[in-house]
Design a protein around this ligand. Sequence first.
Ligand code: GLV
Ligand code: MN
Ligand code: MN
Length: 417
Amino acid sequence: MASFCKNDSKPVINGDILLGQIKRLSEEGLDGSGGRTRLAASKDEKKGRDLVVGWMKELGLDVRVDKIGNIFGILPGVSGNLDNALMMGSHIDTVINAGPYDGCYGVLSGLAVLRAFKEAGVIPPRPLAVGAFTDEEGVRFQPDMLGSLVYVGGMPLDEGLASADGDGVTLGQALEEIGYAGSEEPGFLIPSEYLELHIEQGPRLDAEGLRIGAVEGVQGISWWRVTIGGKANHAGTTPTDMRHDAGLAAARVITSMREYAKDSDTTLATTGEIAFEPGLVNVIPSKAVFTVDLRDPDGEKLALAEKALADCLNRVAEEEGVTVASEHLANFAPVKFHPELIQKVEDAAARRNIPSMRMVSGAGHDAQMMARVCKTAMIFVPSIGGISHNPTEHTEKEDLILGAELLLDVVLDLLNG
Ligand code: GLV
Ligand code: MN
Ligand code: MN
């Protein structure tokens, strides 16, 4: 029992409300193919934001929106000022055709923790806050984790607001349009601790039959957009050795980065987006534009992978007679979370006799930005089959509730400490 709680008033998670809110939020942006699409600051994401803000207000939270569109619900502590807050959170934007849990689970579990305090009539000794950060996915506006990056001062506000989508719409314009260009300065509330509960999005917990991951950190991420310039020509008349085929050059880069990753024990390389011009069946492509997502838990190995990509681009340019240009879209070093908080997650699982493991996150998270300004850790629950960024993303209800209960345990532990 937390020492600040009266004997009969321990905060407890209301699992039904949590599951109900996850389901309700997952209905915003349903795209007819089984998934939902709520790209950052889009009309459908606004509907998700409105829901979350409504639920924050129902709880009587102090709702604040900052200039980069991050939303916060704050439950004041005993003293009434905002010093020394404990923050939870994640994001509610999604990739295209997404599953129901990525990000939303962390925001709504944070709300479930605050609801537990409210329902128990317990005023926390220090403020509790829940954040829903803007554009974590980085699908519409790059880089990913943009809202939390700006929040912690890792990118100037103006630069974040100027990030433009494929149609040239800036994040600033999009936020104005949906009514979420708030007035708070990003970073107005720097908490003492930040906890993010998330589905694992990978296969390890499920494969090992474990229910909780105590996340030690996040691997490094390096995103590139590569543009290859070739020469459009007739597919039926141009001899192979006279071609400057931008499409073929792109394919060579993609396969050679796959070979690089295969030879490495930890580096991952992905091309998830590609377009050819003119994009016709009988014309050799004059242009190929594609992305490369490189990841590694080791910063030095990530730098080597970046060098391998640069070398490969030069080699292919020379051998295929094409031009290459690359733009760095995101560049985040590996992050280590706070040992004391990681231990508290592990201890909380042990107290409930829940098998857990320490692990490094393969996916990017707002927590990796918050770790720059406060003690930070994450809790993972299993993703069935390790599937995420896919409408079939699934986590068992019992694990969703358990994760939130564990989050509450760690919060109570920190407030007691
Ligand atoms: C965020 O979801 C990422 O790309 O890791
Ligand atoms: Mn996420
Ligand atoms: Mn995601």
